[in-house]
Design a protein around this ligand. Structure first.
Ligand SMILES: [Cu+2]
Length: 337
């Protein structure tokens, strides 16, 4: 009896421990985020258009640390180095300013977090590459991040430049003018050489409300492993190349994990703004009927498919006949009884 009680207590402790672990363990990957914005107030409402600039415009970029998918923030533990490569190849180191941003912590509580911002003038048409180096002892990571600020009609110059970062992603796919469901391809480099067989994590940013909702849905639908839906994983091939389909509009983070140096994993990150499908469906009101129409068409196609496959499978009618015979035999037997 005494022993049973003891076992029950141990089981209760283990169970509560598991419960706490699962409540706190819902976590995806940390990313260094580069969000261009007009003001602190609008910085979380970042859209693909924020990565577009007009000539002469002053762009302010916010450098933040957190889980973009769940909209979870962490303090930045060190000062990030922020630079910009202009379309003509000149590199300018930017002055960073420490700020605090409103956000949500790991436990879901609102709070303020240490972040940084930096500004530069877009004085050339073409693509300016904002690049950041950030070290986080806690997460044992050094991030080398790139985001493109594009300026000017058909001035598609600079987006594929190799900067010579310690860890770097060089894109094959021009990282603007992309729509949802486009494939992003690139090469992951380390020390300017191909990084083979490396994990590449892919994650989309959500605003606070959307993040909460989508996390809740994932926890309900995939209770055995919700983060498998937050952080998608692919790998680089022998030449350091990788590809991934960015299936939703929004801001995407792609990070390739390189080797560890003095206890810190060297990771390259590329940020990709993805637009809504183009051309758009005519008017928001048209969305629902159009979607329904789509479902109807798919249903019809499915029905047709089932009908043809039923005819196409030679054994199918035989099985139907046998099943029918069984039912007849069953009914006859039942009647006899
Ligand atoms: Cu994380």
């Amino acid at each position: 009896m005494e022993r049973k009680k003891k076992m029950a207590t141990i089981a209760a402790i283990i169970l509560s421990g598991l419960f706490i672990a699962s409540a706190m363990g819902i976590a995806s990957a940390h990313f260094t985020m580069i969000f261009p914005s007009d003001s602190d107030a609008t910085l979380w409402d970042v859209t693909p258009e924020d990565y577009i600039a007009e000539l002469g415009e002053t762009k302010t970029v916010y450098i933040m640390w957190g889980h973009p998918y769940e909209h979870i923030s962490f303090d930045m533990a060190s000062v990030p180095e922020v630079s910009v490569r202009k379309p003509d190849g000149t590199i300018e180191q930017l002055t960073t300013e420490e700020i605090t941003v409103e956000g949500m912590d790991e436990e879901g509580n609102p709070g303020t977090f240490v972040a940084y911002k930096a500004s530069f003038t877009v004085d050339q048409r073409g693509d300016s590459i904002v690049f950041v180096r950030y070290e986080d002892e806690d997460q044992k990571l050094t991030d080398y991040v790139k985001a493109i600020i594009h300026c000017g009609e058909e001035q598609w110059v600079g987006w594929d430049a190799e900067l010579g970062q310690k860890a770097e992603i060089v894109p094959f796919t021009r990282p603007y003018g992309l729509e949802e469901s486009f494939v992003f391809m690139g090469t992951a480099l380390y020390d300017e050489n191909a990084l083979p067989d490396a994990d590449v994590e892919v994650e989309k940013y959500h605003t606070l409300d959307l993040g909460k909702a989508v996390v809740e849905t994932a926890e309900t639908m995939f209770p055995y492993d919700p983060p498998m839906m937050f952080t998608r994983v692919t790998k680089t091939n022998a030449a350091g190349e990788f590809a991934y389909t960015l299936d939703e509009p929004g801001i995407w983070f792609v990070g390739a994990y390189g080797p560890e140096v003095e206890g810190l994993t060297q990771r390259s990150v590329f940020i990709i703004p993805v637009l809504d499908a183009f051309p758009p469906v005519a008017g928001a009101e048209a969305t629902a009927p159009a979607e329904l129409e789509g479902v109807e068409t798919r249903l019809k196609a499915l029905e047709d498919k089932i009908a043809t496959s039923a005819q196409g499978v030679p054994g199918f009618s035989a099985i139907a006949v046998i099943a029918g015979l069984f039912i007849v035999v069953y009914l006859v037997k039942r009647r006899k009884n």
